[in-house]
Design a protein around this ligand. Structure first.
Ligand SMILES: C[S@@+](CC[C@H](N)C(=O)[O-])C[C@H]1O[C@@H](n2cnc3c(N)ncnc32)[C@H](O)[C@@H]1O
Length: 210
């Protein structure tokens, strides 16, 4: 029997979606499945993209790469779809390189052999209560799974303003064969970071490589 994974995300659905968002989920989302991917060149993955601000940014910056986003929160997926389509519900030309997996990224990774040049994880859910620690996504087992999916010279970029979770992830990473570096990156803007600007610590970043 397959191992049941512990759920690492909160809600799948939030406030009621607009008619347009429902239309996009029914018509456009099925056309953006990450299928028929090349195995090891030109692929970028963002895990837990939220509303997709950063995903859109890297999609514009790297038009020759395929940018795959995984996110189980359907309101976030709907926000991204709204932002990448025009008034006739067609994908805007600058976002034609985006693919979406609207669910737990582990389900995607377990069914593909693809390797990624970059894997982005920005503000992963910190699950701060001790009793929820098992819900933290970035544990050793998951980091090893990501390591398998890195292309040659590929990198995992992790950012969080939850310093305790940052140290916890570092500790998990040190139990893998990944090489860890702490870069001096400028803040990468995501909606979560924007919302939490007041009163939270500055984000810290780490880069992991094979
Ligand atoms: C705190 S939010 C940050 C969202 C976005 N990166 C930002 O900075 O605005 C964390 C996101 O990770 C997503 N997430 C949690 N577990 C996940 C998983 N196993 N696969 C994909 N996404 C996941 C959640 O649904 C949530 O949207």
């Amino acid at each position: 029997m397959e191992k049941q994974e512990i759920r690492t995300f909160g809600r799948r659905h939030g406030k009621k979606l607009s008619t347009r968002q429902n239309t996009l989920l029914n018509t456009i989302l099925p056309t953006l499945k990450p299928i028929n991917l090349s195995t090891n060149t030109g692929l970028i993955l963002e895990i837990g993209f939220g509303s997709g601000e950063h995903l859109r940014e890297i999609s514009r910056e790297m038009p020759d790469k395929i940018i795959i986003g995984a996110e189980p929160f359907m309101n976030g997926v709907a926000s991204l779809l709204s932002a990448i389509t025009d008034e006739s519900n067609s994908i805007r030309s600058e976002y034609e390189n985006i693919r979406i997996f609207p669910d737990d990224v582990r389900d995607f990774l377990h069914t593909t052999d693809s390797k990624f040049e970059q894997i982005w994880i920005l503000h992963p859910d910190p699950w701060p209560k001790a009793k929820h620690e098992k819900r933290r996504l970035l544990n050793t087992e998951f980091l090893n799974l990501l390591s398998y999916h890195l292309s040659k010279d590929g990198e995992i970029i992790i950012g969080t303003d939850h310093w305790e979770y940052f140290d916890w992830i570092l500790n998990q990473a040190h139990q893998t064969n990944l090489c860890v570096s702490i870069p001096d990156l400028d803040t990468i803007h995501t909606r979560y970071q924007q919302k939490n600007k007041a009163g939270t610590s500055a984000p810290k970043y780490m880069i992991l490589k094979n």
